[in-house]
Design a protein around this ligand. Structure first.
Ligand SMILES: [Zn+2]
Length: 472
């Protein structure tokens, strides 16, 4: 961690002015005008026909029933000057680049919304539908028949159409509201690299970094009733791995919040959860427990005074090239394809094919970085399976009140920190092969991402400061 912080600190020190953190005021409805406008829309997306599930490559059959219905939700907002933004969340494993790009292109042509105005965040439930990932489908999924491959493509196309419609519905349903922000805590997230799941019941002290914060946005209408709640957390929705559709703990939390607050829509976004799991896991009662714990944490924030947000929206988006270590040459790939089996052989054959088609392998990947400044509430939205080190660094740079989303707009693989790349393991190495990327990430990805976050923070008027290392 120290290295990351110092690195970020160095960039800050030389490039950006330091200012104090925005004061956090407590407010009541009377303090704030109804000068935001928000519209929400929700749709059930549980597949109706037998469909392959996402999450685990070794699945050998489609889903066999429903534990919880799956939903997609849209929240459209507009500030007092007419600037609009759109958040779409969904109980799916993720938004792959092909689907995300098409949805965002269509929202631009239908509603004039550009990339910076749209966040697509998949909850990463591992008991949701498999999505069609154009870049590499379906080489990493065992057992998928042609028929099921076709069904996945059809479902993905249908979902794309439904989400574009859903966005339109939310945009057309906007009404005057107040928006507040706040942060709570929940502690079921465990660093999965630093704790042994099989002996967790004997552990008296958990190890490794985590981000236990629960960021919450409260949207209330003119009479003070809760219209929508947006909440996040940095923990994989991997309590379950069975064959029943479920939104996992975020799905349960959303259902519980909507039950406790009739008329309100609950939208969940996933944070920097790359190396974090709910532990222990793998049972129905546990998913209910974690979902209710999360709902209770969010409700506790809603029931306390929250910070009213001024009606001003500033947004920025960019894609930066994250470099891979040098991909193997043709000769090395041929040797690997001949001498290996299983996933290694698949990987070598996939890249030989890419070489044949394109003449070379990509040396980098276009990575989405985005910031919304919502009335002095910074929301940093990053792509990929972001590990928790990024949330910790970003909060040091922009303040602990910052909301950090991972898994936004495109999920290409894990996004490890320098620390994790040095340590090795699944998130640093093996995942790159499973996701059919041509190599491991170069260590400079961390500084490139953090540097871009700072650049966009400056662009959107988010004050920057470095907290002392001892203060974490
Ligand atoms: Zn994951």
């Amino acid at each position: 961690m120290k290295k990351t912080v110092l690195l970020a600190g160095v960039i800050l020190f030389f490039t950006l002015p330091l200012t104090a953190q925005a004061p956090v005021d407590e407010g009541s409805p009377a303090d704030t005008d109804l000068d935001w406008r928000v519209g929400v829309a929700s749709i059930r997306i549980t597949p109706e026909n037998p469909l392959w599930m996402a999450g685990y490559a070794n699945r050998d059959r489609p889903a066999e029933g429903t534990r919880h219905e799956l939903f997609a939700k849209a929240l459209a907002l507009e500030d007092k000057d007419g600037r609009q933004a759109l958040l779409i969340t969904a109980d799916i494993r993720n938004f792959p680049k092909n689907i995300s790009d098409r949805i965002r292109d269509r929202l631009e042509s239908d509603h004039g919304l550009t990339r910076k105005q749209i966040i697509l965040n998949g909850s990463h439930t591992h008991t949701g539908p498999l999505m069609y990932t154009e870049r590499n489908f379906p080489y990493y999924i065992d057992h998928l028949t042609d028929d099921h491959r076709e069904r996945v493509i059809q479902y993905s196309n249908k979902l794309e159409n439904e989400l574009v419609e859903l966005a339109g519905e939310a945009l057309h349903a906007m009404e005057p509201v107040r928006i507040y922000s706040g942060q709570g805590f929940s502690r079921f997230a465990v660093n999965r690299r630093n704790n042994n799941e099989s002996t967790i019941d004997q552990v008296t002290e958990l190890a490794g970094p985590v981000d236990h914060s629960v960021p919450v946005l409260r949207v209330e209408n003119g009479d003070g009733a809760l219209k929508a709640v947006v909440f996040g957390y940095a923990c994989h929705p991997t309590t379950l791995n069975d064959y029943k559709w479920s939104g996992d703990w975020p799905g349960v939390a959303s259902l519980e919040l909507e039950k406790a607050n009739p008329g309100a829509t609950a939208l969940f976004f996933l944070g920097a959860a790359g190396d974090i799991n709910p532990i222990p896991r793998r049972s129905g009662p546990l998913v209910e427990q974690y979902g209710r714990e999360m709902a209770a944490a969010v409700q506790s924030v809603l029931d306390q005074p929250m910070r009213p947000l001024n009606s001003s929206l500033s947004m920025a988006y960019s894609e930066i090239d994250l470099p891979f270590n040098t991909p193997p040459d043709k000769e090395a790939l041929v040797t690997l394809a001949e001498t290996s089996d299983g996933k290694e052989r698949n990987w070598a054959e996939f890249h030989l094919d890419q070489l044949e088609k394109n003449g070379s392998l990509p040396s980098s990947y276009p990575y989405p970085v985005q910031i919304w400044n919502l009335g002095d509430q910074p929301i940093v939205s990053l792509g990929g399976e972001l590990v928790v080190d990024y949330a910790i660094s970003i909060k040091r740079m922009l303040g602990h009140h910052t909301f950090v989303m991972g898994y936004s707009n495109d999920v290409m693989s894990y996004i490890p920190s320098v620390r994790i790349l040095e340590e090795g393991g699944y998130e640093a190495l093996r995942a790159q092969y499973i996701r059919a990327l041509p190599g491991t990430w170069k260590p400079e990805i961390e500084v490139r991402i953090l540097d871009e976050v700072l650049r966009l923070a400056q662009k959107t008027g988010v004050p920057q400061h470095v907290l002392p290392i001892t203060q974490n």
